[in-house]
Design a binder for this molecule. Structure first.
Ligand code: ATP
Ligand code: MG
Length: 434
């Protein structure tokens, strides 16, 4: 819009045109206020009924909440107004009238169920707390990108429509690709390795992953954003260092650049950037500590995956971020390298934050024969993955990397109760639109 002034930029003494949504109309009798809201904030528009044109007053005060209007008028200083200024209107234009009945109340005075909010995200996002989450999410992704670039990584994007899944299995969504079966990719794993094996060497990707998770949980989505790293000549320790650096950078950026948003979310006073190195616990220590908490009905034994209650108990015990390293090889995917001196132990690691898995990573198997044998052991047909394994015959350096869940990062940084709060349009078992 030409000559539109943002509400935050309206200075006393000017005549401006502001445009936005009708937050509220307050009629006090002889005087009335329309509160107009735009992306920068709110401004008060004052109507003095006796002194103003009747049509103007009628238009300004008859407009429904959440309608889109533009207002032209003089900006005056007014200490009693919420922002210290108000507009005395010369004209009010109703650009798009809103229905009087709204499915949810953007002023937040009336609470709405999460499902109602997600069905009406446009209205939901007019609330400052919801906007704050997505503004912080953007800052987090920006910080991750910046830190990766500082670490000499190149940003890549890889296909989301694929002929075979990364790990096969039931987690794949099948689609039809010109009459042929294809899948939505569950992870950029194989592609990012293929690029780490070129002399681009260090890459990162921030993009969607698709998982046909069977159950709705507060921390699973069927379409999520994965923050992936892969680096040539890296081992699992290096990959953990990068994961730690990226997660810490996200906290630092939020602390530095999102003070207002944290205030809005009521988190400003307690917000802490994790300090120092994240402890690195072996899987063996992890199960011992979980067993020692006495929280589980059955004691864990070597080889068990960590159940959700176990992760929670350990998280409460350790507090803060920590890695779990040296997993039994059989629990970790076949493309993760085992320790050279112990085939039962893998270089795979998880980063916990603190009660939930945030990252999985490890050093990769870069030896062709071992890799092909791994496919077979996993029950996968190596021929189907020839596009991938072939490149391991033409000079593949040792390499390592990780996948970090973008929404889980936002969720843990902001202590959100449900991962769906961190996605604009979540996909889950019940939700395919909007
Ligand atoms: P979980 O055990 O929590 O289901 P996973 O081990 O299956 O996760 P990975 O394949 O290791 O997940 O993926 C790497 C990271 O991607 C996870 O640590 C997590 O942060 C994120 N992630 C994986 N699946 C999902 C999902 N369905 N929804 C949201 N984030 C996910
Ligand atoms: Mg994992």
């Amino acid at each position: 819009m030409q000559d539109r002034t943002y509400t935050a930029d309206a200075e006393p003494g000017e005549t401006v045109t502001v445009a936005g949504w009708v937050h509220e109309v307050r009629d006090l009798g002889g005087i009335a206020f329309l509160i107009l809201r735009d992306t920068t904030g709110r401004i008060q528009v004052k109507f003095e009924k006796d002194e103003m044109d009747d049509d103007l007053v009628e238009t300004g005060l008859g407009v429904t909440r959440e309608s889109v209007v533009s207002v032209t008028g003089a900006v005056d200083e007014e200490p009693r107004a919420p922002t210290g200024v108000e507009i005395v209107p010369d004209s009010v234009d109703v650009i798009s009238a809103a229905d009087p009945e709204l499915p949810l109340d953007p002023s937040g005075k009336v609470d709405a169920e999460l499902s109602t909010r997600l069905d009406n995200r446009t209205l939901d996002l007019r609330k400052s707390e919801v906007q704050a989450i997505f503004s912080i999410r953007a800052t987090i992704l920006e910080a991750a990108r910046e830190r990766f670039r500082e670490l000499r990584c190149t940003e890549i994007t890889t296909p989301k429509i694929v002929a075979t899944g990364t790990e096969g299995g039931t987690e794949l969504f099948p689609i039809t690709y010109f009459g042929q079966e294809a899948f939505m990719n569950q992870s950029p794993q194989l592609f990012k390795q293929l690029i780490a094996g070129s002399n681009v060497e260090r890459v990162f990707e921030i993009g969607p992953i698709f998982r046909a998770e069977e159950h709705n949980t507060p921390r699973h989505l069927n379409e999520a954003t994965s923050i992936d790293f892969e680096g040539a000549f890296c081992d699992h320790h290096d990959a953990m260092d990068v994961a730690e650096a990226v997660v810490t950078a996200a906290y630092e950026a939020v602390a530095e650049n999102c003070r207002d948003e944290l205030e809005t979310l009521d988190l400003a006073d307690d917000f802490e950037v994790p300090e120092g190195d994240f402890p690195r616990l072996s899987y063996e220590e992890a199960i011992e500590r979980i067993n020692a908490t006495g929280e589980l009905d059955d004691q864990l034994v070597w080889g068990d995956d960590l159940p959700t209650e176990g992760e929670k108990a350990l998280g409460d015990d350790v507090g803060g971020h920590y890695f779990i390293t040296d997993w039994p090889s059989e629990i970790k995917p076949f493309y993760i390298k085992d320790h050279d001196d112990d085939e039962q132990l893998s270089t795979g690691f998880d980063l916990m934050a603190p009660r939930m898995e945030l990252v999985s990573g490890g050093q990769r198997e870069h030896r062709y024969e071992h890799l092909v044998a791994g496919f077979e052991q996993q029950g996968l047909d190596p021929d189907q993955f020839e596009y991938y394994t072939k490149m391991f015959r033409y000079g593949m350096p040792p390499h390592a990397g990780f996948g970090l869940g973008g929404e889980r990062l936002v969720m843990t940084i902001l202590d959100l109760p449900n991962i769906r709060e961190a996605v604009l349009f979540p996909r889950d078992r019940q939700r395919l639109s909007p």
